[in-house]
Design a binder for this molecule. Structure first.
Ligand code: AKG
Ligand code: FE2
Length: 378
């Protein structure tokens, strides 16, 4: 399967969602269809209003030009599963352009956006979050997914003027591919893995075909009249190796911290990017790096926008715990899976997908931090 065929993995698992004809921008109260009964499953450690956060209580911020970057990344992956990066090389101008093109897209009238609707068996286009099918209530968000070129859908949205959108998104994809490759090597390097250990990763770093696959996910969270009853994007882990997220200046991303801390808001930092460990890196690390459970909450006054770059291996490469991390005290926690197979498992089992590919229960106090079986799904 060539790497551009990420879409094949989705074709086999169609998701039938009713399109959202409700214009979230104009409703004055949260309708029953969007009212979530239990948003407080864990306490919220840092509130959205809290601007004077304590640096110890939020995910670390790492300067990528720091000579200790590998060590800092390793520590952040192990303790949080998420961190922010600065000095990452993406110009602020490009981040601003992506945000304004995203706003331009989501501010189109609903009937226009639906012209670029993602088909049930497709991966690209406009629509509700795929994970919506696992929940009885709808989320306060809309999304647009791009794999490769956005031109086909952009033409539906702006028949005469689609090139600005495409140029910006394609430049962003190109820059993100480089950055995500660099981050992958920092993360693998922090586990003691070198370029000789993983064939597909070495090919990816040389830009060879057979390299990695990725998708760009634009998320829009309109201001909400009653944020305490609405959910922007329900709690999930990403089915990726790693995800690089740009969030605008409105907070909303929360990560679950073990123990009493509960949901922790990742504070927006101008120009910084959020990086999180995904399920496949969790598997490669033999459970050492948590695939962080995260969600997005909404805001009463501000429209929030985020752009996730979902980065993974070639869809048919076998992913399994790295042999140097396996010994009699640390047996492999997961069986080998390809990304294509794992996406299918996720489409069926959602937050229980990781435990469905788990081989054995952790022994000798080796705790699998991704035991999210308590996470509520419908
Ligand atoms: O909007 C956010 O902050 C989170 C988005 C996200 O988790 C995703 O697209 O997978
Ligand atoms: Fe996510």
């Amino acid at each position: 399967m060539p790497p551009s065929r990420l879409s094949d993995a989705f074709r086999a698992h169609p998701v039938h969602l009713q399109h959202n004809h409700l214009d979230l921008e104009s409703v004055r109260e949260v309708p029953d269809s969007h009212a979530w009964p239990e948003l407080d499953d864990y306490p919220s450690a840092v509130t959205v209003e809290d601007s004077n956060f304590d640096v110890e209580s939020v995910p670390p911020v790492i300067d990528l030009t720091d000579p200790n970057a590998v060590k800092l990344v390793g520590h952040a992956c192990k303790t949080w599963g998420v961190f922010q990066v600065t000095n990452h090389g993406l110009p602020m101008r490009l981040l601003d352009d992506v945000e304004s093109q995203g706003r331009r897209l989501f501010s189109l009238p609903p009937h226009q956006k639906l012209k670029a609707a993602r088909p049930p068996d497709g991966i690209s286009g406009y629509g509700l979050a795929r994970i919506s099918s696992f929940f009885p209530k709808l989320m306060w968000s809309e999304g647009f997914t791009i794999v490769g070129s956005p031109v086909e859908h952009a033409r539906q949205l702006w028949p005469l003027d689609y090139s600005n959108f495409c140029d910006v998104m394609e430049e962003y994809e190109k820059e993100m591919k480089q950055l995500a490759g660099r981050l992958m090597w920092l993360m693998l390097g922090s586990l003691g893995i070198s370029k000789d250990d993983i064939k597909w990763a070495a090919a990816a770093s040389k830009g060879e075909s057979g390299g990695v696959c990725a998708a760009l996910q634009l998320n829009s969270y309109p201001a909400c009249p009653d944020p305490s009853r609405a959910m922007g994007l329900a709690a999930h882990t990403d089915s990726t190796l790693l995800t690089v997220l740009y969030q605008n200046s409105t907070s909303g991303l929360q990560v679950l911290r073990d123990g009493a801390a509960g949901w922790v808001t990742v504070p927006p930092l101008r120009g910084a990017l959020v990086v999180n460990v995904g399920d496949l890196l969790h598997i490669l690390s033999n459970g050492k790096y948590p695939s962080v459970l995260h969600r997005a909450i909404v805001n009463r006054t501000h429209h929030r926008l985020s752009v996730a770059y979902l980065y993974g291996p070639p869809t048919n490469a076998q992913i399994s715990p790295i042999s140097s991390l396996v010994d009699p005290n640390h047996p492999p926690l997961y069986r080998p899976v390809t990304w294509a197979e794992y996406l299918g498992t996720k489409a069926k089992h959602f937050n229980k997908a990781l435990s469905s590919v788990r081989l054995c229960n952790p022994v000798n106090g080796f705790v699998d931090v991704n035991d999210h079986n308590s996470v509520k799904v419908s």
